[in-house]
Design a binder for this molecule. Sequence first.
Ligand code: FMN
Length: 187
Amino acid sequence: MKRIIVGITGTSEVSLALTLLEFLKKQKNIETHLVITEQADKILKHETGKDIEDVRKLADHVYDQKDFFSPIASGSFKTDGMIIIPCSMKTLAGVANGFSDNLLLRAADVMLKERRKLVLVTRETPLNYIHIKNMETVTKAGGIILPPVMSLYSKPKTIEDMEKHIVGKILDIMDIENNLYRRWGSE
Ligand SMILES: Cc1cc2nc3c(=O)[nH]c(=O)nc-3n(C[C@H](O)[C@H](O)[C@H](O)COP(=O)(O)O)c2cc1C
């Protein structure tokens, strides 16, 4: 049984989080813990037209972003890692500076202090110096920066194919078996 924390922040391409959660929901041996920022809540509605409750239903446990009493706020609650998908530059800055003023940031801080896996699907372009320095800091602290870049080598036909490729790469890092994209050399 794996225990994965999923954090959703307010950026464009927030539908990536749905692709990930839909995949994880189908896995019998994975327990998901979800925290959504206030801003992500708004953008989810705006960009996907989805009811936020439908998104929450995809996870096993859902927490309010202000609930610092929840299990994922503590390192003593064992987990296999956290994925922030997508990750805003504001949340990246919070992680890079240990500024844990919401539950999502606290959970990410816990991942780094406990030396657990932390993947940040950072979404912004172009990047300024501050973004790049924060990415460097998080990388040095053990986090993994995984921007949602296009991969045409798997010959995607739809946006969904591209999203699955990105989610497949994240799952690979988390050691979760998946067939979401066509791997190089698999033909
Ligand atoms: C429609 C929309 C799209 C946005 N896209 C991005 C983005 O791609 N990257 C980013 O860093 N911020 C983006 N923002 C700004 C963030 O939502 C804002 O910085 C917010 O404070 C992030 O808060 P959070 O990380 O707590 O969710 C966007 C805002 C809106 C309204």
